[in-house]
Design a protein around this ligand. Structure first.
Ligand code: ADP
Ligand code: MG
Length: 701
């Protein structure tokens, strides 16, 4: 059948090549179908026409119908304005325009009927409407197509200047529906399915969303369209995960052996929290299931993810496999290495560190020992991704602080074996459940929702830089108690010279403020060896203060540090502030995080700082962050383009619908695993089509 909706919009009445091009370039609308999926962003109720004698002060927008009796230009040059006296028989209002006067003047006719739409204001005891929207009733005589609930479409600058107004789009859509008299828009969801989830038909939904009968119908239409959008994404993700698990058998780690037991009984320095125990159980279940594990471990900063990683690796060793941990920075890899070594003590487990610093013979030796299977646990940075790193028996990869790792990097690890290793991704940047479901929809999720006992939550303060004594006295008090402090400066681009200068100046200033103390400096441009030396010395307590850029943002663990001072805190994102704050409060004492800013703050910055002062709950902060910034900007999720090309659904606001859509997808996959139920054919066919146009999910580990 000829698909009328794939017609080019160019041929719609009043469009033509010039406007079509603008639709193509600005909003990616090519076909009639594209236009039907260009949804209004709001509606205005123009179902009522007011009489001028009914107007009152403080009314929102109103619509009146009458004629222009007098049209005059007032003033000169730039201050020129156009005024009209508008009369509807019950009274008079003044209409005023400031811009585009000549054009408007040419359009307007005296003594001819117009609908005027705008917000009335009172000036000199007279109602006026500034920059009203005018609709000539002599040109568009069908009043009932105008006086109703009307859609409002988003417009770009070039759309506006080509005369494409919201009303023009409204008319184009009406023209499309007029062509559909004998043709139906094909339904995309089976009847039984729509009945089960209470969804309006597709054609009705499209009609109602553009040409609404009432707001209740609009809501039903939106629900249908949002559901469909979310449903197909979830179906795509889940069916991919399911195919993967059918295609790849996972290594079966069935044993809990001597490494795990010895560690558990003799080396574990503390009691595991209940959350840690639960998560380890979940992981053990995956490892023994015969399927490949793909698990995301979320846990707020300081919740003890490293211990979970270590114990998971010991299970791999007990089953004859090698494991690795990959960290986003050298400092962090170094730190994991020393933590793991320390934890394991004299256990016969060979742990090696492979970073960019390890070179020459040492590097060659580690690579050999890894390839021959002598290395049990390999810890490193991206260096582990290099082609020359080969394992004998690679069974488990732990990826720490995932938000620094791109999708492709995960995929590389995965390619190191004929059979994929089990993968545990750990992140301390909690993402809201809804987002996790979409971004990591194919990963199983474990959450450590409990901090080790005895932790005091970090007290967060907002100080102004104009008020330095307060800051100095707080830091001094802590250092006098034997504690240490961090001062962090924003360095958005490590290469930005001006930022580095901020750090230099800051460092000197802090040295001057704390003359009697040892102050160290750390930034990303220092050599790795130098960085590590400074970090070690700070850990040993040789310095009281560490002045740094955000190189310390992730994972650094110095329990004796109890103050985190963040300079120009307004320049950091919430997720980053939360990470930085997580560097203190690792011991049992009260710790402090001081956010320092100038008096002048944008509203957004003030809100962010307020959230930080109010809460230490990473999940809450992530939700708020998302609300403030929108999902597109959430750290680490930029690559997930598929999520944010949503046309109508909103991963934050439509949480309930997302859960419903996910469940529906899950149910469908389990009820029709062979994809042969005739009623579902329209779904499966579309899944194939849609999958092609979204990202290649097979690259996500
Ligand atoms: P994160 O989840 O941020 O990576 P870490 O693994 O670095 O957290 O753990 C933070 C600190 O808490 C470390 O010093 C670690 O030794 C300690 N820790 C972890 N688990 C426990 C526990 N169950 N009880 C007490 N301390 C713990
Ligand atoms: Mg960590």
């Amino acid at each position: 059948m000829y698909d009328i909706l794939s017609q080019d919009i160019m041929y719609l009445h009043g469009v033509g090549p010039r406007r079509a091009k603008i639709f193509n370039n600005d909003v990616e609308i090519y076909s009639l179908r594209d236009l039907l999926y260009y949804f209004p962003h709001k509606y205005i109720d123009r179902s009522r026409i007011y009489r001028i004698c009914e107007l009152e002060e403080n009314m929102a927008t109103v619509q009146i119908k009458g004629q222009i009796k007098l049209l005059t230009e007032i003033g000169i040059g730039r201050k020129k304005r156009l005024e009209a006296t508008f009369d509807d028989g019950t009274g008079v209002v003044r209409l005023v325009w400031f811009g585009g006067i000549n054009f408007i003047k040419r359009q307007l006719r005296l003594n001819s009927d117009y609908l005027v739409f705008g917000r009335p204001s009172v000036f000199n005891h007279e109602f006026s409407v500034i920059q009203p929207e005018m609709t000539s009733l002599s040109k568009t005589p069908q009043m009932d197509s105008l006086v109703k609930l009307r859609p409002v479409y988003s417009l770009t600058e070039s759309m506006r200047s080509a005369g494409i107004s919201s009303g023009v789009i409204e008319q184009m859509v009406a023209d499309i529906f007029a062509k559909l008299i004998n043709v139906r828009i094909p339904e995309t969801l089976p009847d039984y399915f729509r009945a089960r989830y209470d969804l309006m038909g597709l054609e009705d939904a499209l009609r109602e969303i553009h040409m609404p009968s009432d707001m209740e119908k609009v809501r039903q239409a939106e629900r249908r369209l949002k559901f469909e959008e979310l449903f197909f994404i979830q179906l795509d993700i889940l069916s991919y995960a399911e195919q993967r698990s059918r295609r790849y058998r996972g290594f079966v780690f069935s044993k809990i052996g001597t490494n795990f037991m010895t560690f558990y009984n003799e080396h574990l320095p503390f009691e595991l929290t209940n959350a840690q125990k639960r998560v380890i159980k979940e992981i053990r279940h995956d490892l023994g299931s015969g399927l490949q594990m793909n698990r995301l471990l979320q846990g707020d900063v300081g919740s003890g993810k490293t211990m979970v990683a270590l114990m998971t690796m010991l299970i791999a060793l007990d089953n004859g496999y090698q494991a690795c941990i990959m960290a986003p920075t050298e400092i962090l890899a170094e730190q994991h290495y020393s933590t793991v070594r320390k934890m394991l003590g004299d256990m016969p487990v060979r742990v090696e560190l492979l970073t960019g610093v390890v070179q020459g013979k040492r590097r060659a030796a580690i690579l050999d020992a890894t390839a021959s299977g002598e290395v049990d646990i390999l810890i490193g940075t991206h260096a582990l991704l290099g082609d020359i790193v080969n394992f004998k028996n690679f069974g488990l990869a732990v990826i720490d602080e995932q938000h620094r790792f791109g999708v492709e990097q995960r995929a590389k690890l995965w390619q190191k074996n004929d059979s994929p290793p089990h993968i545990l991704v750990m992140t301390a940047t909690p993402i809201p459940r809804t987002l996790a479901m979409t971004v990591y929809g194919d990963l199983a999720v474990s959450v450590i929702d409990e901090l080790p006992p005895g932790r005091k939550s970090v007290e967060t303060l907002h100080y102004y830089e104009e008020n330095e004594e307060r800051l100095v006295s707080l830091v001094r008090t802590e250092i006098d108690k034997g504690r240490q402090a961090y001062f962090v400066f924003p360095l958005i681009e490590e290469s930005e010279k001006s930022d580095l200068k901020d750090l230099e100046n800051g460092y000197e200033h802090i040295c001057a403020l704390f003359k009697d103390m040892n102050v160290a400096k750390l930034h990303g441009r220092m050599k790795e060896a130098e960085k590590n030396a400074v970090m070690d010395a700070f850990k040993q307590g040789e310095y009281q203060i560490l002045v740094s850029t955000t190189v310390i943002e992730v994972g650094v663990d110095v329990p004796n540090a109890s103050v985190m001072v963040i300079m120009n805190a307004n320049r950091f994102g919430l997720a980053q502030l939360h990470q930085l704050r997580g560097r203190v409060g690792r011991g049992a004492e009260q710790s402090y995080c001081v956010l320092v800013t100038g008096y002048k703050l944008s509203e957004m910055s003030s809100k962010r700082l307020e959230i930080m002062v109010d809460s230490t709950d990473g999940f809450y902060i992530a939700e708020e962050d998302l609300k403030l910034r929108g999902p597109g900007l959430l750290e680490g999720t930029q690559q997930s383009g598929v999520i944010f090309n949503l046309k109508i659904a909103n991963v934050i606001k439509d949480n309930d619908l997302l859960v419903l859509a996910r469940n529906a997808a899950q149910e469908l996959l389990s009820q029709d695993p062979t994809r042969t139920v005739p009623a579902n054919m329209i779904i499966w066919k579309q899944l194939l089509q849609k999958h092609k146009s979204t990202i290649d999910l097979s690259n996500i580990s």
